[in-house]
Structures are given as C-alpha cells and as structure tokens.
Design a protein around this ligand. Sequence first.
Ligand SMILES: *Cc1c(COP(=O)(O)O)cnc(C)c1O
Length: 367
Amino acid sequence: MRVETIAIHAGTIITDSNRPAIQPITTSTTFEHHDGSMVYTRAKNPNRLALEQVLAKLESGQDAAAFSSGNAAAMAIYQALPPGSHIIAPDDMYHGIRKQLMEIFRGIHETSFVDMTDLEAIRGAVKSNTALIWIETPSNPLLKISDIRSIVGLAKEFGLKVACDNTFASPIFQNPILMGADLVMHSTTKFLGGHSDILGGALVTKESDELWEKIKMIQHIGGAVPSPFDCYFLCRSIKTLPYRMRAHHHNSSALALFLSTHSQVGKVYYPGLPTHEGYELAKSQMSGFSGMLSFTVKGGADKADELISKLRIFTHATSLGGVESLIERRAAVEGPQSLTPPNLLRVSVGLENIEDLIEDLRLAFGQ
Ligand SMILES: *Cc1c(COP(=O)(O)O)cnc(C)c1O
C-alpha cells in the first residue's frame, strides 16, 4: 500500500462487534478478564495500539511505542541503555532533550556533543563504552542536514545503535529506518498532530530486539503513555498527514524563495534552496523539504523583533508543525548561552494561502 492509504487505514483495529467505520475511543482503563489481549490501559489500549500500528507502517518499522510527549519518548531510549553508556549527540540538539542528557542522566550516562555534519568528528568521538549515536535532521533552528546513511555505516563499524529524531521531516518526507537507523523518534506534537492541540511522542523500531523489549517495558512500567483521547486524535490527524506535508512543502518552498530575494533579509536557512550547505544531501534522503525555515533580518535583533510585532497572520509563538504559521526569535527563547544568531527568526510555515503569508511579511517589512 502507498503512504496515503496507510495513513487512512492502518490506524484502525476495530474490536467492536457493531463494526463502526472508524476506531471508537475506548476510555475504559480496565478490561474484563477474557482471552483477548487487553487487561489494563497503561499496558495496552485499542487506541494506542491503532496509533502504534499506523506509526510503525509509516516509518517502515517492525513496531512502535507511543508516549505522552516527545521528550518522554526520547527519555525511554536513554533509560533503556545500560548505566555508564556513552552517547554521541548533535551539538545543536533539540534543547529539551539535550537538557535530559545534561541534567537527568548526568552521572548515569556520558554524552559527547559533536557537529553531526562532520563524519570525522563523530568517528573521533567514539569510545569503548559508546552505545548510541543520536541524529536530528534537519536540525533546529539552522536546518543542518546530517548524512543518515553514512552515520549508520560508521555506527555499524563499531556496533553502535543509531536513533534519529525525525520530527522536522515527518515520516512522509524521510524514513531513517529505510536508511539503516535502528530507532526513529517523533514529537507527535508537531506535524503528526498538525493542529497544535495534542502533546505526544513516539518511537519506531527497525527490529523487535532486546533494546526494544526494554523500551516497551519502560513504556508500560514507566507509564508515560498518552491517553486514549490523544491517541484517537493523533490517528485522525495522521489520515491527512501526506496531504498536509505536501502543502507545508509547497508553502515553505515559496516562502524561502521570497525571503531569499528580499533586501532586508540576510541569510535564509532552508534545505530546499540550492545555496544551503545541505541541499544535495537533503535531496538524497528527503522526498520533500517539510515546513520549517529560518532567516536572519538585517539590522539585528531589534529589527527582527519589530518585524514580528508587525505581522498579522503569523502567530508569535514557539512549537511547529501546525496548520497555522508560527514565528519566533530563537535566541530570545534559548537564553544567554544560545549560539543562534540574535537576529534569526524561525518559521513554521502553515497551511494558509501562501500569497497571504508573503503579503503579511511584505507589509511587515514595509515594502
Ligand atoms: C518539540 C520537539 C521535541 C520534544 O517534543 P515534545 O512533544 O515537546 O516533548 C523533540 N525534538 C524536536 C525536534 C522537537 O521539535
């Protein structure tokens, strides 16, 4: 089956004898003892099972595990590693997950933060206790592209696992498992949810191996599981994901082009522009450029803030992947240690009419 059909049909496991056309929400936390597989909702629930089924198929994995947030999904991997493990992670890793490694796992695991676009830097960071390489591509907020296939090749030389945060690309445009990655992580809060109203996370595995068994145990016993309502609404969102992603790609491409020719814009960070360092690589591992881009405003942070204040359609807010366009100045969010240019604005390009988005920016720029 093709992706549109999977998105619509794989998230359904009807157990109701009335045979409704869509998966009903099963709110019961407990199930009468019988020969079926459901006992207690923290362990298993029809809505979560339906969600995990569609996620596994979309990422071409063997199995999936849904969590109550993207952070909880990532943390389950670190919890599943033996204590004393060394992790190689991107120097521009999503800040919330970076903080887990620096604060929660300090004294439990060791982490080296490296430039993931530099294969030799990754090789140089491998130690005898290295267990995992963490990839995030495209990265946040500079949209740097790391070479999934080459990093997997390097990991195989040393017998390391590779996990990829695939949130920015979505399963529609990039499938790390098909390029050899062992685990894929998503913040389903973003494109998968798509309407800025569900918090969630997920892991998909290439193989149901020993590490995966441990992750599933952590999901069940750790208990950071999503509610049946959240799972239901995610399955509903996923039905339109292929079409939404194409529209995100269409709008972000047009917006990147507009910004790249504007006199008040410095640099545009968008992997779909031939001037982007990762353009060729992005084309080789992504089938679309998703909905994220960043750009710098000439004249500094004040000019960037002024531009935001004049926008009427874009919402000044964090997060991404929803139908509505969002914009924020990342350095202001990341705090004093941020390495992001102070005049950089990150945009989550939504599904409004692209002419209206361009017009909004044109008016805010004052030309
Ligand atoms: C949002 C995000 C996360 C964290 O997900 P939550 O659902 O907010 O916990 C992780 N990685 C990336 C790339 C994200 O954008």
